[in-house]
Design a protein around this ligand. Structure first.
Ligand code: SF4
Length: 740
């Protein structure tokens, strides 16, 4: 065996390297990262602006904010080109500052960036223009880059925005009840002797109009009137007690800018660092929750004059926490528990108890390290085990909203985060920050993106409010190429002859592990002179591991500091970990309806049944067809049919259309637009304005089924799916059945 190949084989099988021949991988990075040397030069999602306006989106990307500003401020075409460039330059400066750790609001960083640019030649004039442009910004809020603090900041911000909305609604309701109960008591007081005194009358009328009235005369006049009926004592006491409860509630702080008397006690806090503390706080506050719900229900009845002592006295007497319903709790603020960091902080038992306790809680589990070094001794990477276990277990609770994502993807899943915050039940957000101790030479954004690309930390959402079935609730769609084992991108490089080469490059779990310096011993760089055909790309190796005893060595592509392409081989331990990672990913795919073994089995069964049916039909046609002329013997005269001697006509055979093929009964179409609105590339009208399937490949089987369901004439027949890997096929086939 070639000595260098022998060295590679020994390293692959044992992880041991000879003194020479194989190099360390220090300073290498995955080849696909070559173009991301300096993120601040790229225009991408980060940094983000955590918007402080209660309206609109809670987070926007700085690029989108700048695009909006440019659209509103800069004239189109060449006239505005100068200003556009200057504003984009400022955006780049803010991105640079945020990447270097600068913190503050967008307005503050805007000013600081201007000050930095002003120090450059010609900067004074530029500063004036940019300061003027800044006055047109319609978004304010903290700027957040993709760093270790991002999960807490962004999820916490989304939670606060959701709670502020809740608080505003609750304040409106509570204040309205207070006003109405006050009116009842005031009207009663005016009917009393005390209320008819001149001073009381003056106080009741308010300051602005007091000088216009003679309250002494008014008091005498009212005093001569027959005594009015007063509120019964019991009712007055009830109203006063409800008013006291409404005024002293501590669940909702007065919204910013709202007029309200100073509260007797500070509002409760709802942010916790430990699940046990949140549970304890909820339990302690339960009597106060009962009191407020009771007071609001009672106040509403009293304000409408619908309180019946015979019925309601007993009801409110017995009112306790058992009478609280889901809608009652929905009104109250959600608890936010942030579990940040390592294993010590993560008490899984308490977490599950919290998520299944029925209390309105939103939990953020931040994961900083998914390559668990503690488990490496026995050769197993416990990559993401804790976090993925947590998220999967929470999915098993069935009524808990679950979102798993990396921080690089948080902006993309912002709508899912908002849905989780609005979900009337527990929600779990598990986020990998990318701030791994072993990968600190790469920015957290790249590490987090690598974790998601490599399936080490896939993104998914489970939304119990999205529908009854798993196909509605579980989604993997945020992952790159969710149908594949590993995503494939295009890699451009110059070969030895300086010719440009473009080739597909797969990003696998090994590329992610190779970013982590703690695991450098599992990889070795092979000098260019030792490259051989026995080295196979790791994706090929993983999809079809060679038989044992083979000389094949899996390698991945990396680049050094000079962007020179390198081949890196991996030892068997890390390759086995990649296979386990792929199995975990495949289980998630099944949950998401991708490569569903149930659907594939169902599809196969349907295919076999259809084949058998077709065979039967063909045999039936053959049996009833006119006798077929016997084959003509070689050399026998051939009889050519003439008009006078016509051939026997074949019996009419119904035009055959396969149930597998989608089609529309175009002739019956009423041109209602339903299907064309759903996908106007897939469905189109012919010259008679009747629909037909124009391009089957322009849509999904799901759209075909949806169109069939929405066609009021039931003339769309979706046939069988073309893509056996389309998500949710089992359910789609069932829905399609009535239209086949
Ligand atoms: S939905 Fe049915 S009726 Fe309406 S346009 Fe399409 S095929 Fe025609």
């Amino acid at each position: 065996m070639d000595p260098s190949l022998q060295q590679q084989t020994v390293f692959h099988l044992t992880g041991k390297r000879a003194h020479a021949g194989l190099d360390a991988v220090d300073g290498l990075r995955p080849a696909l990262f070559a173009r991301y040397r300096d993120l601040s030069k790229l225009r991408y999602d980060f940094p983000l602006v955590l918007c402080d306006s209660p309206q609109g989106e809670f987070v926007r990307s700085l690029s989108a904010v700048i695009d909006g500003l440019v659209r509103g401020l800069v004239p189109p075409g060449l006239d505005g080109e100068g200003l556009r460039r200057q504003v984009l330059r400022l955006e780049r400066e803010i991105r640079r500052m945020a990447a270097a750790g600068a913190q503050g609001s967008l307005a503050e960083l805007w000013e600081q960036a201007i000050a930095r640019l002003a120090r450059e030649p010609g900067g004074a004039q530029l500063a004036t223009v940019l300061a003027q442009a800044g006055t047109a910004l319609d978004v304010g809020g903290e700027v957040a880059d993709c760093d270790r603090r991002l999960p807490g900041r962004l999820v916490g911000h989304a939670w606060r925005v959701a709670q502020q909305r809740k608080a505003r609604r609750a304040h409106t309701d509570i204040n309205a009840l207070i006003v109405r109960l006050n009116d009842i008591l005031r009207a009663d007081f005016v009917r009393s002797a005390e209320g008819r005194r001149p001073a009381s009358l003056a106080a009741a009328l308010g300051g602005a109009h007091q000088k216009l009235f003679d309250f002494d005369a008014m008091s005498q006049l009212l005093g001569r009137a027959p005594a009015a009926q007063r509120l019964p004592d019991a009712r007055r006491r009830r109203i006063e007690s409800a008013l006291a409860a409404l005024r002293s509630q501590r669940f909702f702080a007065t919204p910013h800018g709202a007029a309200a008397p100073a509260p007797a006690a500070p509002a409760y806090a709802f942010e916790f660092g430990r699940g046990g503390d949140a549970l304890e706080a909820f339990r302690q506050r339960l009597p106060a929750i009962v009191e407020l719900v009771k007071a609001m229900s009672l106040a509403a009845l009293e304000a409408d004059g619908r309180y019946l002592e015979t019925t309601h006295d007993a009801f409110f007497e017995a009112f306790d926490e058992r009478a609280l319903g889901g809608r009652d709790l929905d009104m109250f603020p959600d608890y936010l528990v942030t579990m940040d960091g390592g294993r010590e902080a993560l008490d899984q038992v308490t977490l599950m108890e919290l998520l299944s306790s029925g209390i309105p809680v939103k939990v953020l589990v931040q994961v900083d390290d998914i390559l668990d070094e503690g488990a490496l001794g026995d050769g197993h990477y416990a990559f993401g085990v804790r976090s993925t276990q947590i998220a999967s277990t929470a999915v098993g609770l069935t009524d808990c909203f679950v979102l798993q994502s990396t921080s690089s993807n948080l902006f993309q899943v912002r709508h899912s985060i908002a849905r989780g915050m609005a979900y009337p039940g527990p929600a779990l957000f598990t986020v990998f920050s990318g701030a791994s101790a072993g990968a600190d030479r790469l920015p957290p954004y790249l590490v987090a993106a690598a974790a998601m690309q490599s399936r080490a930390f896939p993104a998914f959402t489970y939304d119990p409010a999205a529908g009854p079935g798993l196909a509605d609730r579980f989604s993997l769609e945020d992952n790159p190429q969710p149908n594949a084992d590993w995503p494939v991108a295009s890699l451009d490089f110059a070969d030895a002859d300086l010719q440009r080469v473009t080739q597909p490059a797969t990003f696998t779990f090994l590329d992610f592990v190779a970013c982590d310096a703690r695991h450098a011993r599992h990889f070795a760089r092979v000098p260019h002179a030792a490259w051989s055909d026995d080295m196979v790309p790791v994706a090929d190796w993983l999809s079809q591991p060679p038989p044992s005893g083979s000389d094949r060595i899996p390698y991945l592509l990396a680049v050094d500091d000079d962007d020179v392409l390198q081949r890196v081989i991996a030892d068997d331990r890390v390759v086995q970990a990649a296979l386990r990672c792929r199995e975990t990913w495949r289980r998630l795919q099944e949950l998401g309806g991708v490569h569903s073994s149930h659907a594939e089995r169902l599809l196969e069964r349907e295919r076999s049944a259809w084949d058998a049916q077709k065979l039967k039909e063909i045999e039936a046609i053959r049996a009833t067809a006119a006798p077929v002329a016997a084959p003509v013997a070689a050399g026998a005269p051939v009889v050519v049919p003439t008009e006078a001697q016509p051939q026997a006509a074949a019996p009419p055979v119904a035009a055959e259309r396969s149930k597998d093929e989608p089609f529309i009964e175009t002739i019956r179409c009423s041109s209602c637009n339903e299907c064309t609105q759903l996908n106007d590339r897939m469905f189109a009208y012919n010259g008679d304005q009747q629909a037909y399937i124009k391009d089957l490949s322009a849509g999904t089987y799901a759209q075909l089924v949806e169109a069939a369901e929405s066609c009021q004439l039931s003339i769309i027949h979706p046939g069988k799916p073309r893509d056996p890997n389309e998500p949710g096929l089992a359910e789609l086939l069932e829905r399609a059945q009535p239209f086949l």
